[in-house]
Ligand binder design. Sequence first.
Ligand code: ADP
Ligand code: MG
Ligand code: ZN
Length: 481
Amino acid sequence: MTWEVVVGLEVHAELSTRSKIFCGCTTAFGGEPNSQVCPVCSGMPGSLPRLNSAVVEYAARLGIALNCEIANECVFDRKNYFYPDLPKAYQISQLYAPICSGGFLEIEVGEASKKIGIREIHMEEDAGKLIHNSQSGETFMDFNRCGVPLLEIVSLPDIRSGAEAAAYLERLREILLYLDICDCKMQEGSLRADVNLSVRRCGSSEFGVRTEMKNLNSIKAVSRAIEHESVRQIALLDRGGTVTQQTRRWDDTKGESYAMRSKENAQDYRYFPEPDLPNSALGESWLARILENMPELAHEKRERYAGEFGISAYEAKVLTGDRNIAGLFEELASLCGNPKEAARLISGELMRLMNASSILPEELNIDASKLAKLVVLVTEGKISRDAYKETIEAVFTQNVDPGAYIAQKGLLMQSDDDAVMESVLAAINDNPEAVADYFLGKEKALTFLMGKVMKKLGKSANPIAVKKSMEDRLQCIGGKK
Ligand code: ADP
Ligand code: MG
Ligand code: ZN
């Protein structure tokens, strides 16, 4: 009997607003413990939260990108629970009326594309961090993260494999980065995923009992956890057992999950409307302004690059892998007027140079106008491909002025002068057999003769000019014969 894996993901994205969701404290990562707190985010009695409007705006941007309906007011609820990382003993969240609902995210798996439903996106505050010292057995509390704004993105149980989950998370990550609302550093916890998983017999229309694995902090870990948990559940059911609804902890280094607690329900949290925050209306003009300022997203760029410029799917993927690279490409393409060559330069030579020097795409800082000049020179046949690559590297590593560099190194090609003619004649004189082969129609003979000339003239030889001169000469000889 075959089984189908059913997965729904809950993703927490920490927003990159400068200040926290309900107070003015900074959200900067890595500060001295408890140095970024105030009475509001540390839960002092009598302090009152005030909603940071940037958080609402970020939520709406993501909602639009994920094809959601945007609510016309902000309504918060109080989720009560005690845990040492939560000094207020409640979290302000949205249960009944999330800001965004009913959207979808389109993923590509193999050749096909698939829409994964988004049930909702809601706003909430993050909790602090507990730091356990395993040697002393002590636990330290750092409240700097309390009140950092989070968006929780909840999918429908539409995901059917680890590969689909990975594609979903990658696309979501790309969208968050292009919207510039989350730095998506999974290793720093700014993007974390909870995996809800159940299995059912193929063809069945009812869902099985699910387990939830919390706070996975890499896309690889999510795939591995799905693989492992589905095998565990299937084995259990095949043996005639049942799956218990529970929260499990995934240990990525061991590659195993452990039962933590039986799964809690909404009732367990005694949710009620947050009394300290008034509902705030979101006007139509507010939403219209956000819509107007939506940036072009990576997958939209890929489609446009392919349609408008005819560049390959592979190149489009490389170019949009990072917002900075896409920006460079667009600037270069418009400056040099040759998008295909611009795409080739960035996805080829520039990527190679970045890899070799371990520069990340988001760190790349290179003058597009210098590269544009080189593209024009090479496409007009003024410099050779080799000289082109050499100068790109010099611009990349030393930020040289390409014109000065080319002049200094003598890389500008000779095209019409005596040197070319002289070498062509010499090659023809010295290689009568190749000339004979040429007249017998052997294509390779021409390449061979040109090679002789190129070798003699070096980098400054213009292959287009050499070829023309060679063919002219040979034509003359042929005419005489
Ligand atoms: P909770 O309130 O416990 O978080 P939800 O109903 O809000 O539960 O669902 C949380 C996530 O679990 C959603 O992403 C949803 O798609 C997923 N999910 C719900 N039921 C199942 C199931 N039977 N199998 C797999 N995933 C599920
Ligand atoms: Mg949940
Ligand atoms: Zn604060």
